[in-house]
Design a protein around this ligand. Structure first.
Ligand code: SF4
Length: 247
């Protein structure tokens, strides 16, 4: 669909990457603004092959993308950051996804166990220094995993929160040196749930209990009527993102 050059891309196994020029990113954003996520994923697979990976926290958007990715490229790599603090319902969903979808679903772990983290940085770090906890359990493992990849596909959407309202379909992440691709940026919450229902896909049962956005157990609560979709994340603090979606 696009003949935009990506000559500067990393190839799998190679860690050096030159930044993709801004005008090329802009062209991609214009070209695909009205295309569906399936077309964006197809372009990504055609362009990057095994160098493109999908991250998921098993939210509703992630379920849609995993399903489409597995149909477009059976055996494609999706990965999740297992902080050791996910909800039991999330681990149950992971088992269902493994049964249902043809994916290479990779569990990415932090270097420190919870015990080692408590010993080194103090008990319940998520209460005293949540940014540091996210850095150890999410940001560093993500950096490690993406260090030899070219394209990082995520499920973030513009309608999820004020901080995500300007999300582009394509953006170059300077820190991680990958093209970050957000195929569902333009989709609404309703569109995501229609897709899940039409395709009879499994989803986290916590969504039916007032949790539109689900992260780690200590930092996630149910939301009330009229609250932002991500209002239940780190609701005791000013923190709104774990750091993996900062540029
Ligand atoms: S979301 Fe909370 S528990 Fe999970 S890594 Fe971040 S601070 Fe730690």
């Amino acid at each position: 669909m696009s003949n935009i050059s990506t000559n500067n891309q990393k190839i799998p196994g190679q860690t050096e990457q030159t930044r993709i020029p801004e005008d090329e990113i802009n062209k991609l954003n214009k070209l695909f603004e009205k295309a569906g996520p399936d077309k964006i994923l197809r372009w990504t697979v055609d362009t990057y092959g095994d160098g493109a990976v999908l991250s998921t926290g098993f939210g509703a958007s992630g379920i849609v993308l995993m399903h489409q990715f597995s149909l477009i490229k059976p055996g494609a790599t999706a990965f999740y950051l297992d902080t050791d603090l996910l909800f039991g319902e999330t681990y149950t969903l992971i088992d269902h996804i493994r049964e249902r979808m043809n994916l290479n679903l990779v569990r990415v772990r932090p270097e420190l166990t919870l015990e080692e983290q408590a010993e080194k940085h103090g008990d319940r770090l998520w209460e005293s220094r949540p940014d540091q906890c996210c850095y150890i359990r999410k940001v560093l493992p993500l950096q490690r995993f993406l260090s030899d990849k070219n394209a990082w596909i995520t499920g973030i959407r513009r309608d999820q929160s004020e901080t995500r309202k300007d999300t582009a379909l394509f953006e170059y992440n300077d820190e991680l040196k990958v093209l970050k691709i957000n195929p569902l940026a333009t989709w609404s919450e309703d569109e995501v749930w229609s897709y899940i229902q039409i395709n009879d896909l499994p989803y986290n049962e916590l969504h039916d209990k007032g949790y539109p956005s689900i992260g780690c157990r200590p930092c996630t609560r149910a939301v009330g009527d009229g609250e932002d979709l991500r209002a239940g994340r780190w609701s005791d603090s000013m923190k709104t993102e774990c750091g993996i979606h900062s540029k």
